[in-house]
Ligand binder design. Structure first.
Ligand code: UDX
Length: 451
């Protein structure tokens, strides 16, 4: 929304949220207090805020005033009842639709921006159409393809924008054109694709599934490389230079994280299973199984290298965010690795440039609530140590695990770190970010994925 406001100064954009603290942070004079860390975001907010970009808690007033309403609430994986652990929880979307229905007094275009499973637009439509106050709604699907850490650039230079709507009626077509015109302020027309609503919803889920599948494919090969002496980076380069395959999303890693990949694939699996497509469901589920395997393999490699126990040992974590240039930690591989090591009684010392201690604790508490992990709240209290200085995090450590590819890690004085560690000192690199030769020269034993 900030980018829309930046690029369309004549359009008034009001972002509303029921959480007053969050809105206060978005309105804070100090732009470093914005709730989301994203390179370039504060400059965009600085340009548009107060001009045509507003943040408010008055949801009803904003609904009344708007001609177009974007529903951008979260759709986490259901943690209860039918579809638990797989289906998307549409509770928040439904609440939004009900509030719009209760408040609107003139015709609206409602745009679903959250990633939603196929046919959600129908649910929104039935809620909106059954209020009977004569207001007409057009429902569009406009999934977001930006990736965190590069969000502003992804929006400024989007490969494509998808707008799903109803081609068959003139009102439907007009609504799609109205939204297309917004994006046309800064994107060439040929990148703005119009489809039917179901195609648009399904494209978002499956685009993520295809990307995640590539990461799981290369991660599966990393395990094979370790056994056979091949170098996964060389293999990835060879595969990626086939232009039909291409070089992107072929970096072996400790496993993909983030709010989208796992959730969207689980959702896809759930939809396929609900439609009786068992084999298709199993096929996509395997991408998740491979990802879980990779995270576990990384943690177990640490334990086996440290003579089969990490009990009482200090393991330093550099990085907690699910990738660099974001403070988002949803589904980060780091928390799974931490949990497995803490089950083996390790002391985990973490440094991340952007993630708060409170966030790390709540990530681990989320895992304790899930059935696959057995760490307790008191273990989290006792075995988790968060540092604001990377050198203190690594001092006297038995090993260092690199969980996020933050650029600043490359600038550290690694000789100093090595000198202050327990010997022998090990580095486990899930993201291949350091100069392996130099680290080896100092004396580190390096464990890189795929080598
Ligand atoms: C993703 C999609 O890219 C985006 O289009 C969609 O709108 C939301 O989901 P995001 O979750 O922000 O975006 O991150 P992305 O850059 O796609 O990375 C996802 C995960 O895969 C990260 O944990 C990343 O480190 C990992 N990854 C990515 C790899 O392990 N190897 C790669 O080669 C690429």
């Amino acid at each position: 929304m900030a980018v829309i406001a930046q690029k369309c100064p004549k359009i008034k954009v009001t972002v509303v949220d029921i959480n007053p603290k969050r809105i206060a942070d978005w309105n804070d004079e100090d732009l470093d207090k914005l709730p989301i860390y994203e390179p370039g975001l504060k400059e965009v907010v600085a340009e548009a805020r107060g001009r045509n970009l507003f943040f408010s808690t008055d949801v009803d007033a904003a609904i009344k005033e708007a001609q177009m309403i974007f529903i951008s609430v979260n759709t986490p994986t259901k943690t209860y009842g039918k579809g638990k652990g797989m289906a998307a929880d549409l509770k928040y979307v439904e609440l939004c639709a009900r509030q719009i229905a209760a408040v609107a007094t003139d015709d609206k275009i409602v745009v679903e921006k959250s990633t939603l499973p196929v046919r959600t637009a129908q649910a929104i439509r039935s809620i909106l159409d059954n209020v009977g106050n004569g207001v007409k709604y057009q429902i569009l699907s406009n999934p977001e393809f930006l990736a965190e850490g590069t969000a502003i650039d992804d929006l400024h230079n989007a490969d494509r924008v998808l707008i799903g709507g109803d081609h068959h009626t003139s009102e439907g077509q007009a609504a799609m054109d109205a939204l297309a015109n917004i994006y046309a302020h800064w994107l060439p027309k040929e990148r703005i694709l119009q489809t039917n609503v179901w195609s648009s919803e399904l494209s978002k889920l499956t685009a993520n599934a295809f990307l995640a599948q590539r990461v799981s494919s290369i991660n599966a090969l990393s395990a094979l490389c370790e056994k056979t002496g091949a170098d996964v980076e060389e293999v990835a380069r060879a595969i990626g230079s086939d232009s039909r395959i291409g070089p992107k999303f072929l970096k072996a890693s400790v496993g993909f994280g983030g709010s989208c990949f796992q959730k969207d694939i689980l959702n896809l699996v759930y939809i396929c299973r609900s439609l009786g497509l068992q084999e298709v469901a199993d096929y996509w589920e395997q991408v998740i199984i491979m990802n879980d395997y990779q995270k576990r393999r990384f943690a177990e490699n640490i334990i086996s290298t440290l003579y089969n126990t990490v009990s009482g040992k200090k393991i330093a974590f550099l990085g907690w965010a699910f990738k660099k240039d974001t403070n988002d930690t949803r589904e980060t591989a780091a928390m799974y690795v931490a949990s497995i090591l803490m089950e083996d009684n390790a002391e985990i010392h973490i440094y991340d440039p952007k993630v708060t201690k409170q966030q790390m604790i709540s990530d681990l508490e989320y895992l304790t609530a899930s059935q696959h992990h057995s760490i307790t709240t008191s273990q989290i209290k006792e075995q988790l140590h968060v540092h604001s200085d990377p050198y203190l995090a690594t001092e006297n450590a038995h090993s260092i695990a690199l969980l996020t590819e933050w650029d600043e890690f490359k600038t550290y004085d690694w000789q100093l770190i090595y000198d202050e560690m327990m010997k022998p000192a090990f580095v486990f690199d899930g993201r291949n970010i350091l100069n392996a030769k130099e680290l080896k020269a100092i004396g580190f034993k390096l464990y890189q994925i795929g080598k």
